[in-house]
Structure formats: structure tokens, C-alpha cells
Design a protein around this ligand. Structure first.
Ligand code: HEC
Length: 189
């Protein structure tokens, strides 16, 4: 279980002024490590599922296991953990205004030739008299992701996606393009 609701926190943050405080380096490093754990576990689960039953079967992995992995990381670490993007498959992953602004900035940084693989954002945000650390890590579109997020998704996979996600907007991504971001929040006490 999440200790606090990420979307609620993030919308509260928009109303708040971003503090001038530097984000604590140790906590930023911790978030970076958690993002790495998330990637490793998710990609491992995806690859295994695709090998086992093909892409349609693996839809359940990106769909059901990703939130499960996020919850496990959240419970263990005390950070609220999520995935978001400018174009989402699941409306529940839609970005808050704060997250959208960071994602737009990621696109600008990509256009300025910054390496997406290392792209991140960290800020201390002051809201309701409490300080929070917000960390985001860019997610590039890898080869395997194209099976379900590319421009040429096979019809059987596409049918399975549409059946479960009628509002899907998460196809048409190119290899190496910004797919989305991991987003992490924790209170600073
Ligand atoms: C087998 C199909 C499949 C593959 C392969 C796949 N995804 Fe997904 N992806 C999905 C589904 C289904 C969702 C919706 C998850 C949910 O319900 O939260 C999703 C959601 C996401 C989201 C959250 C935002 C949103 O659109 O809802 C991100 C980010 C994402 N995928 C990135 C990736 C990346 C990066 C890869 C490659 C490493 C990848 N996906 C590979 C099916 C897939």
C-alpha cells in the first residue's frame, strides 16, 4: 500500500512554490537506484512473459505487474512510486500538471541533444508547510517496447490492447524516443 497518494500530492505541489532548497544528494541517489530496480524487474518480467506466451500475453505484465512492482518498491522504501507519460495507455498513469511540465522539459532537453538514458529531474517542493522531494527519470523506448508501443504493433496484440485499454494513446513511439518517466515522491522530514 502507498503511504500517500501520488496524484493528490503532485497536484498540491503545483499550487506550491518550488523551494530554492537543493535536493539532498543522498536521497536523489536513492531514487535513482530505485528507478534502476524498477527498470530491471520490469524488463525481466516482460522478456520472460514474451518468451513464454508472446506479446498479447505480456500485456498483463506491463499492465498488472508494473503497478505490483511499483507497490513493492514503495512499501520497502517509503517513496510513492509511479509511471507516467505525455501519451498514456492507462488513464490512471496520466501526468499531473507538475509531471507534464517535467516531461515537456525532457522533450526540450532531448531536442538539445541530451542523452535520454541519463536524463533525470529532482526538486524540493514546498507544499502545505511540508517539504517533499520529487524525482523523475526519463524512460527511453527500447527495441522490445516497440512490440506494444511502436508504429507497427501486430494486429493480435493491438486487439488485446484495445480490449483492455479502449482509450489507449501509447503507440507510435520510435526507437530511442521518450516513452515516459518514472516518478518518485517522498516527504523530507
Ligand atoms: C506486451 C506489451 C508491452 C510491452 C512489450 C511494453 N509495454 Fe509498456 N505498457 C503496456 C501496457 C498494457 C501498459 C498499461 C499499463 C497499466 O495499465 O498501467 C503499458 C504502460 C506503459 C507505461 C506507463 C504509461 C502508460 O502509457 O500508461 C510506460 C511508461 C511504458 N509502458 C513503457 C514501456 C517501455 C519502456 C517498454 C519497453 C521496455 C514497454 N513499455 C513495453 C504494454 C507493453
Amino acid at each position: 500500500m502507498r503511504k500517500f497518494a501520488l496524484p493528490v500530492l503532485l497536484s498540491a505541489m503545483l499550487a506550491a512554490t518550488a523551494g530554492a532548497t537543493e535536493p539532498p544528494a543522498d536521497l536523489v541517489a536513492e531514487a535513482r537506484g530505485l528507478a534502476k530496480t524498477y527498470v530491471t524487474e520490469l524488463e525481466g518480467a516482460l522478456l520472460a512473459a514474451i518468451e513464454e506466451g508472446g506479446a498479447p500475453h505480456a500485456i498483463d505484465v506491463c499492465g498488472a505487474e508494473a503497478p505490483g512492482i511499483a507497490t513493492a518498491i514503495s512499501t520497502k522504501s517509503g517513496w510513492a512510486v509511479g509511471r507516467t507519460a505525455l501519451r498514456v495507455r492507462n488513464p490512471r498513469n496520466a501526468p499531473s500538471p507538475q509531471e507534464r511540465a517535467v516531461l515537456m522539459r525532457f522533450l526540450e532537453r532531448t531536442a538539445a541533444d541530451e542523452d535520454l538514458k541519463k536524463m533525470e529531474y529532482a526538486a524540493v517542493v514546498d507544499t502545505g508547510g511540508r517539504k517533499y522531494l520529487h524525482y523523475m527519470k526519463a524512460i527511453p523506448t527500447g527495441q522490445i517496447c516497440l512490440k506494444c508501443h511502436g508504429s507497427d504493433v501486430d494486429p493480435e496484440t493491438m486487439r488485446a490492447i484495445r480490449a483492455r485499454y479502449p482509450a489507449d494513446a501509447a503507440t507510435g513511439f520510435e526507437l530511442g524516443a521518450l516513452r515516459g518517466a518514472f516518478t518518485f515522491v517522498r516527504p523530507l522530514d
